[in-house]
Design a protein around this ligand. Structure first.
Ligand code: FES
Length: 280
């Protein structure tokens, strides 16, 4: 290997001074933009903060997460599925349960979907910009004096994203199973379609779209391939996920909204606040 190649492949962990302000008109100028660039980070902070507050409350509350046979339904909140503890509401669990876990069942499983979103390449960009202002928008000066990327503790742990992706696929299968169960209407003809059915089906489809559009998924399909001609199936998968990948941001936001909507709707049905309307 030549000296040039050596220097090109060397990992540089040193900090790089942020000089963007200086290059755009001097150190006292934070931006030359005249538009309302701050709207996007403000909206991002508002939505992500609202979601975190709601999800934390929903995860700790530990009740009204399942509408079962007494309501002629089989609807479980995605925040509580799979329900794995002995304290799970009867009918909400389809597996052996864990007896020693005595707090909310949601806290046992949420680390995987939340870890998947927290380490997502798109969300990283969104919260680095909106919460840390690093930088808050294009052509706006970084609020930090130096930049070390994700090569150091703690941000180096963002590299576990691909493993959360694998766990996310398992959750997608489980939530798809839940969506199929949502067609069950015990005591009301056995099978049918309600608003709850449509919401859980939408949730499952959007979670698949979010996962299949993931950058790690695209890399898994087409990464480290020198010639697609020698890997025709990987080429097919790569061609399938690439257009989805282009819409990853949209899938990230819509699926986040629908997963919260699913929990809120089932919570209202399970608590008796509303009735799940049967369409047919
Ligand atoms: S990059 Fe967003 S889920 Fe993987």
């Amino acid at each position: 290997m030549t000296t040039v190649e050596n220097s090109a492949t060397r990992v540089d962990n040193s900090e790089t001074p942020v000089v963007l302000g200086g290059t755009r008109g001097g150190p006292d100028v934070s931006t030359v933009r005249k538009d309302r660039w701050w709207i996007s980070p403000v909206i991002t902070v508002s939505i992500l903060t609202s979601f975190v507050v709601y999800a934390t409350w929903a995860a700790f509350v530990g009740k009204n997460y399942y509408a079962g046979s007494s309501l002629h339904r089989d609807l479980i909140s995605p925040f509580y599925s799979p329900c794995l503890t002995a304290s799970c509401v009867p009918g909400s669990t389809h597996s052996p349960t864990i007896s020693w876990w005595t707090i909310s069942p949601a806290l046992l499983i949420l680390i995987f979907p939340l870890g998947f979103r927290l380490t997502c390449y798109y969300y990283r960009r969104a919260y680095y910009r909106s919460f840390w202002w690093a930088p808050p928008a294009c052509s706006v000066v970084d609020s930090h004096k130096s930049y070390s990327g994700e090569s150091r503790f703690p941000l180096i742990f963002q590299n576990v994203h691909r493993y959360f992706f694998y766990f996310g696929l398992i959750f997608n299968v489980i939530l798809t199973y839940d969506a199929i169960l949502a067609f069950s209407m015990p005591g009301e003809g056995g099978i049918g379609v309600s608003i709850g059915t449509l919401i859980l089906c939408s949730n499952a489809v959007l979670l698949w779209l979010y996962s299949l559009s993931c950058h790690s998924c695209r890399h898994l399909c087409g990464g480290q391939v020198r010639s697609f001609a020698k890997h025709p199936w990987r080429h097919k998968f790569w061609k399938f996920v690439t257009p989805l990948n282009a819409k990853h941001m949209q899938f990230a936001w819509i699926s986040l909204f629908v997963v919260a909507l699913s929990d809120a709707y089932i919570r209202l049905v399970a608590s008796g606040t509303i009735t799940d309307f049967k369409i047919f």
